[in-house]
Design a protein around this ligand. Structure first.
Ligand SMILES: Nc1nc2c(c(=O)[nH]1)N[C@H]1C(S)=C(S)[C@@H](COP(=O)(O)OP(=O)(O)OC[C@H]3O[C@@H](n4cnc5c(=O)[nH]c(N)nc54)[C@H](O)[C@@H]3O)O[C@H]1N2
Ligand SMILES: Nc1nc2c(c(=O)[nH]1)N[C@H]1C(S)=C(S)[C@@H](COP(=O)(O)OP(=O)(O)OC[C@H]3O[C@@H](n4cnc5c(=O)[nH]c(N)nc54)[C@H](O)[C@@H]3O)O[C@H]1N2
Ligand code: SF4
Ligand SMILES: [Mo]
Length: 903
């Protein structure tokens, strides 16, 4: 069978790397970076380079499923049954309660074509603006920040500016983890240009911060004060470009008045940083050329729009925009957050960067779509939409390509809302997510490697996404599902001809061509693009109007902005504290965000064993003093709580955290741990302008919790994913539990659990049955009932394939190594049958895997560093950091922390 190669994109982050997918006999067998793609020139990070390992049907949603009544289990159904049911329910709700009683909650991971069709379905056919997306949790403050200042939602800079800048100002972005291939470009630029200064603004000492020339560990939420304080200093130091301000902007005087108050002393106090550092930042920024990059540390905040605007103010005031090496470059999170904004797939936007609130824009869109009007009433944004479901004003919700029961803030209310909804339709590529539990109808969607369409990355670059395989089983493309539904709903609403006319598409390309037309004459004009051109000339940046031969790498080079008078507007930004203050009862800040090797709710990355090797279990990161004060040791279980919820998980001591601050990764939800994950604790308070919720800050209490009964289970089976799926049903039966994979290849399933008493033996019996490690199975079995200790070791064909430790789990780390090796040794036999529970002496575990590509562990790395080795020595001896490079920032940090410093 011949191997086919298909050019496409990575489906993870907004860097938008090009990939070449290798497929053989109907299976994806490999992936590599596309050397011709201008986002990555052939490189991929740990997540991108393991994409082919996620292409397996085991965890996928493959057939439609339906339940007609709550309380029943969903049953497999045909597409006709499923879609007719949904159409009938939607039609009856719309007839009885009006179009605003239904809603669509979609995703920045959809392709532009998918997005376009959903938006048109809601606004064009049904007549509601209730279409919002997970981009509300992600980019809406960036959109609002750009629009209030520059007049249009367009990142003005490009990746190449990294090579031309002298000050890279990174705020609220852990680029090394979240946009790794962009970070590789930063490392390259630094190597080439020793004058390049990197400033990182982040309350946490992330790998990105660690590598910076200046880290400003500001207190959570104080960015506006910082940026205003920098402007204050730049003003006094004569670092402003007054000619630029005069010629190209308005509103400076009001802002000048405001920032007068932001004295260095006051700002240093608010932000918790040194005045001298503030001065350095202002000087470097003001001298420039300065390129800023920012992400969720700015966006996910009740002052997210102001944070964005206050940073853009600095670029305008210093004239650092529209020139090489300058500009405010908002990093988009999801692969197609930009595309979603382009088609206006949100409750407040319309196609082609138009505004819902603008009557002229509404008329234009209605004309383009050939309908009388588009609805005027603003739609509900994400948090409001789930509130609407809870209070009954919205009866039905259609969710596509996002997992709100895991990713929305204040999960207990969100789950309450989903439980109360009359109808929940979920269009998913994977079978088990936190949201699947609430779905009355599950519609199987195609995903990475199977879809066609386009995406736009952080630098406005559009790439043609191509399928390498046909759809598996009965899965269908997202846009096709929406089109099929539109025809059925149209018929029921006696609007069949309208629906036919609005949704004539049989190919993704037709959708693209229609979307293209809506951009004519707009800031993002792409009338010069086509699938054929993208295929022939590669990915292109917008604007790319008809007749152009290339897109525009930079915007506003002429100093003319998208505001009516052509001038950019300074926003008069005032610092406001975060919505939720810490106090005596909830004294700690809770922050959250991403890990290097996991993606959001882990439906995809959670199927790949090696992606757990870097960080294997959920934990709350804390400062040593905060732990000490509470008598918490590294690894102890703690209870984290506030008025919205509770979460039990291990506490880890982390030098990255400032006192009184804690961090929980966003990835673990109820599919991978007991409890709902960090969003049980996050507030749904949102920014007034952008409606983006504050997912980066909550006030919490942390207490040590004593759960004496402990268990670790590990099993290598031929059907890991199926086992993982079954184990999930047991997670909630323990006070604490987490499950996942580890190792290489298919890896090993692991379940850790703790409970305040010995659990019901029936639960353990059920577990044993799932594991195939019941009493009837011959295996090594040591039991000390008095001490409550038991050890079971399953050996199959000379390989250790199962371990179950109860009561005492000290040997877990060692046994993980044993399992990963597989080899059954005498030493293991002796240990298994002895009362001893700690690992045999001299046995150490490899610890965290730092280099995922070459499987290099922390312990081996530290050995070399302690002998005086530097990064080059590590790369030469262990080869770590020589493949995708994602671990290089961490290797540098380890050398810095543990190396022998030259005297
Ligand atoms: N590995 C990985 N990469 C991803 C993703 C993933 O799931 N996994 N998701 C993608 C998506 S959708 C997104 S949106 C991006 C997000 O990319 P990033 O925004 O870079 O990632 P986060 O970890 O969410 O948050 C960034 C930093 O904001 C800091 N922060 C918290 N509060 C504040 C504050 O008040 N001020 C400032 N200045 N900083 C603060 C946090 O400490 C954190 O280090 O990542 C994308 N890339
Ligand atoms: N505490 C906290 N919460 C956060 C954040 C944070 O920093 N902290 N970040 C927020 C941000 S920035 C974001 S972007 C959100 C992300 O939150 P979500 O959007 O909920 O995250 P994902 O897990 O990526 O969900 C995408 C879903 O789509 C499915 N899927 C994959 N491909 C396809 C496809 O082609 N079609 C369809 N129909 N389905 C598909 C996947 O299986 C997955 O379940 O989380 C937000 N929540
Ligand atoms: S940086 Fe990594 S996750 Fe992001 S697009 Fe590139 S390969 Fe994918
Ligand atoms: Mo995001």
């Amino acid at each position: 069978m011949a191997v086919t190669e298909t050019k496409s994109t990575c489906c993870y982050c907004g860097v938008g790397c090009g990939v070449i997918i290798e497929a053989e006999a109907g299976k994806i067998t490999g992936v590599r970076g596309d050397p011709d793609h201008p986002a990555n020139f052939g490189r991929l990070c740990t997540k991108g380079s393991t994409l082919h390992l996620t292409a397996k049907p085991d965890a996928r949603a493959l057939f439609p499923e339906l339940r007609r009544n709550r309380g029943e289990l969903r049953q497999r159904a045909s597409w006709d049954e499923a879609l007719d049911h949904v159409a009938e329910r939607f039609a009856s709700i719309i007839r009885e309660h009006g179009p605003d009683a239904v809603a669509f909650y979609i995703s920045g991971q959809l392709l532009t074509e998918d997005y376009y069709v959903f938006n048109k379905l809601a606004k064009g056919l049904i007549g509601t603006n209730n279409v919002d997306t997970n981009s509300r949790l992600c980019m809406s403050s960036a959109v609002a920040g750009y629009k209030t200042t520059l007049g249009a939602d367009a990142p003005p800079a490009c990746y190449e500016d990294i090579d031309h800048t002298r000050c890279l100002f990174i705020a609220g972005s852990n680029t090394a983890y979240a946009h790794p291939i962009l970070y590789r470009r930063i490392e390259d630029a630094r190597a080439k240009n020793p004058d390049l200064k990197i400033v990182v603004v982040d309350p946490r000492r992330t790998d990105t911060a660690e590598a910076a020339d200046l880290h400003l560990p500001i207190l959570p939420g104080t960015d506006v004060a910082l940026f205003n304080g920098m402007l204050h200093l730049m003003l006094w130091e004569g670092l402003l470009d007054t000619r630029y301000i005069q010629a190209h902007t308005t509103g400076f005087d009001a802002l000048k008045n405001t920032v007068r108050e932001y004295t260095p002393k006051m700002v240093a106090d608010i932000c918790g940083i040194k005045e001298a550092d503030l001065m350095t930042a202002a000087q470097w920024f003001g001298t420039g050329p300065t390129l800023s990059m920012y992400c969720q540390g700015l966006n996910q905040s009740t002052s997210g729009t102001d944070k964005n605007a206050a940073l853009i103010n600095l670029h305008l005031a210093t004239g650092q925009i529209g020139k090489p090496g300058t500009g405010p470059l908002s990093l988009t999170g999801q692969p197609n957050a930009m595309g979603g904004r382009e088609v206006g797939g949100m409750a407040t936007l319309l196609s082609g960067h138009r505004d819902l609130a603008n009557a002229g824009h509404r008329a234009e869109v209605a004309r383009l779509w050939g309908i009388a009007s588009v609805p005027e009433r603003p739609g509900k944004t994400a948090v409001e939409m789930f509130n609407g479901l809870r209070d009954g004003s919205i009866k039905a919700v259609w969710i596509a390509c996002t997992n709100p029961a895991q990713s929305m803030p204040d999960l207990n209310s969100v789950r309450d809302a989903l439980g109360k909804a009359e109808l929940v339709v979920l269009q998913e590529a994977y079978h088990d997510t936190e949201t699947t539990e609430f779905a009355d109808v599950l519609l199987p969607a195609t995903t990475w490697g199977e879809k066609e369409g386009t995406v736009t990355n952080s630098e406005r670059r559009v790439t043609h996404v191509r399928p390498a395989l046909a759809a598996p089983a009965e899965a269908r493309a997202d846009w096709q599902i929406a089109v099929d539904f539109a025809h059925r709903l149209g018929a029921l609403l006696e609007q069949a001809p309208v629906a036919e006319k609005l949704f004539p598409y049989t190919q993704a390309e037709q959708v693209f061509n229609e979307h293209r037309e809506t951009t004519r004459g707009r800031d993002l004009d792409i009338t010069g693009l086509s699938y054929a051109l993208l295929d022939a000339q590669g990915p292109q940046q917008w604007p790319f109007p008809a007749g152009a031969s290339t897109g525009k790498p930079r915007l506003y080079t002429d100093g003319v902005f998208e505001q009516e008078d052509g001038k950019a507007r300074f926003a008069n930004t005032l610092y406001r504290a975060t919505a939720e203050k810490t106090d005596a009862r909830h004294p700690l800040h809770l922050n959250s965000g991403r890990l290097r090797d996991q993606w959001h709710g882990m439906s995809r990355t959670g199927t790949v064993a090696q992606l757990f090797n870097h960080v294997e279990e959920p934990a709350i990161l804390m400062h040593a003093n905060d732990m000490q004060r509470r008598s918490i040791h590294h690894g102890d279980l703690v209870k984290v709580s506030n008025k919205r919820g509770t979460l039990i998980l291990p506490a880890h001591n982390s030098a990255d955290m400032a006192p009184a601050q804690t961090f929980i990764p966003m990835h673990w939800g109820s599919q991978y741990m007991s409890g709902l994950g960090v969003n049980a604790l996050m507030p749904s308070a949102f920014d007034r302008a952008s409606k983006q919720p504050e997912l980066k800050h909550a006030a919490v209490k942390v207490e040590k919790i004593d759960l004496p009964w402990r268990m670790t289970v590990m099993r290598t089976s031929g059907a890991n994913l199926a086992l993982l799926q079954q184990l999930r049903s047991l997670l909630a039966k323990f006070d604490f539990a987490s499950c996942g994979l580890f190792g290489r290849g298919e890896g090993t399933v692991i379940l850790r659990a703790a409970h305040h008493v010995t659990p019901d033996p029936a639960i353990i019996a059920e577990l044993d049955l799932l594991l195939g490690m019941g009493d009837e199975v011959p295996m090594l079995n040591y039991r000390d009932a008095k001490r409550g200790i038991s050890k079971r070791i399953l050996v199959e064909a000379e390989q250790v394939t199962g371990v179950r430790l109860v009561g005492e789990i000290l040997a877990t780390a060692w046994l993980k190594e044993v399992m990963a090796n597989g080899q059954f040794t005498d030493e293991l036999r002796r240990w298994a049958l002895a009362p001893l529970s700690s690992p045999p002496s001299g046995q150490r575990s490899r610890g965290k895997i730092i280099c995922n590509c070459l499987d290099v562990a922390e312990t081996d790395i530290l050995d070399i560093i302690k002998l005086g080795g530097n990064l080059a020595a590590l790369q030469a001896k262990l080869k770590c950091g020589t493949e995708c490079g994602s671990c290089v920032p961490e290797l540098r940090q380890l050398v810095k922390l543990h190396g022998k410093h030259e005297a």
